[in-house]
Design a protein. Sequence first.
Length: 91
Amino acid sequence: MKFTEDQVAENLARISNWSRQGDSILRNYSFKNFKEAMQFVNRVADEAEAQNHHPDILIYGWSNVQISLFTHSVGGLTEKDFSLAERIDKL
């Protein structure tokens, strides 16, 4: 179920370094080199597949990764987005 604005604000408060951009939440990660960035992306892909919730992933500037989460089926943010964000942060 799509979160209300209050639910989005409450859940953003529980995850650090994520920000809201429209109907998505996103976070940027920086790594030492391209290989480390790709290893992280592969770990994110494994976790996303396990949760059956797939983020948009942007690799830029050879060692930076941006993760964007949004539940397409409901047109907004849900518990799935915040749960996956927490799991990604633990990688």
